[in-house]
Write a new protein. Structure first.
Length: 74
């Protein structure tokens, strides 16, 4: 699953990748730096600790992403 979340800070969206099949769990932040995780659980935990819906132009996208990550855990 790939998600793009737009902020008012940057023209490029933040990106979240959760690819269970290939073991890719990454975040690209608004400043274009990134984070890499070993599991979907680590990725979701980081998102919950470091991001919130009010950071994004559409907070519902953030909420929907967290729900989908929870539903698709192995």
């Amino acid at each position: 699953m790939d998600f793009q979340l737009q902020t008012s800070e940057c023209a490029f969206p933040c990106e979240v990748t959760c690819d269970q099949d290939n073991g890719r769990f990454t975040v690209r932040k608004a400043d274009t730096s990134g984070e890499v995780f070993n599991s979907a659980d680590e990725l979701k935990s980081w998102l919950e600790q470091n991001w919130s819906g009010d950071m994004f132009t559409d907070p519902d996208v953030y909420t929907t992403m967290l729900i989908q990550l929870e539903e698709n855990r192995e």
